[in-house]
Design a protein around this ligand. Structure first.
Ligand code: NAP
Length: 257
């Protein structure tokens, strides 16, 4: 336990359950004394969060409902955040969604509706969240999102989500330019495969992981805690000079052919 995030108000979006990357990040941030605000989507996720925060002995937690599929919802969530804190120092955007039946088979079969849905929830939401976060980030800060190698390579079955992640990574660069003069950094962490609810939605995810340990330079899977450590670094005073980056935290998987 340290105090790398002491006096920092950080918004964490995307905790669904104990396997969620966002929960791994939140736990790490709690250890480092951050004051966390959470948004949740499903009621089940809310109930999980409430339970986890009791276990972490967090008094009076701030949990706000936010379905990122509309600007109105996001604006409403931020007006509630404003009632709770004057300044925001960080945002962790750990949200993605695509129709399960489009995370398999031929990418060319992606429907227009499914394409737009994946882009909307998984990529555009970062733009809208950043726009709403900016006025609260008056002391500078860090915005982080989660990406995957499927943005850069054609990963079997990742399909429409890979295209959404490519847009997300491009958005990170444009947002980094927009926010730079306000001392706000914007980065993505490209995590290696981790068994979460979302990951299991990609057909053949378990098959994809077979032999992974043999192919990856470090001969093992990345741990959620290692992704959380990178998020901590980016949100702490150690990461202030880094913006517009896509940092791979994948035990080196992205470098092998
Ligand atoms: P997860 O636990 O299922 O998290 C995904 C989150 O997105 C859930 O909390 C879900 O909420 C939320 N969400 C979906 N639609 C939403 C909406 N309309 N509004 C607000 N929130 C919504 O899975 P995860 O693996 O931790 O995913 C987090 C991020 O990491 C995603 O961007 C994912 O693509 C990325 N990532 C994952 C891996 C991996 O291998 N797991 C690797 C690289 C990157 P509900 O559950 O309440 O619906």
């Amino acid at each position: 336990m340290g105090s790398m995030l002491k006096n920092k108000n950080i918004l964490v979006m995307g905790v669904a359950n104990k396997w969620s990357i966002a929960w791994g990040i939140a736990k790490k941030f709690i250890e480092e004394e951050a004051n966390l605000i959470f948004t949740y989507f499903g009621e089940k996720s809310k109930a999980n969060l409430e339970k986890f925060l009791v276990e972490e002995e967090i008094d009076n937690p701030c949990l706000i409902s936010c379905d990122v599929s509309t600007d109105e919802n996001i604006e409403k969530a931020f007006s509630q955040i404003k009632e709770r804190v004057d300044v925001l120092h960080g945002v962790v955007h750990s949200i993605a969604f695509a129709n399960k039946d489009e995370l398999q088979g031929y990418y060319y079969n992606t429907s227009r509706e499914g394409y737009l849905l994946a882009q909307d929830i998984s990529s555009y939401s970062l733009v809208a969240v950043s726009r709403n976060a900016k006025p609260l980030m008056t002391e500078g800060g860090s915005i982080i999102t989660l990406s995957y190698l499927g943005a850069e390579r054609a990963v079997t079955n990742y399909n429409v989500m890979g295209v959404a992640k490519a847009a997300l990574e491009a958005s990170v660069r444009y947002l980094a330019v927009d926010m730079g003069e306000d001392n706000i950094t914007v980065n993505s962490i490209s995590a290696g495969p981790i068994k979460t609810t979302s990951a299991k939605g990609v057909r053949g995810f378990s098959t994809l992981l077979k032999g992974f340990e043999k192919r990856v330079p470090m001969k093992r899977f990345v741990k959620t805690e290692e992704v959380a450590n990178t998020a901590l670094f980016l949100c702490s005073d150690l990461g202030t000079g880094i913006t517009g980056e896509n940092i791979h935290v994948d035990c080196g998987y992205h470098i092998v052919g």
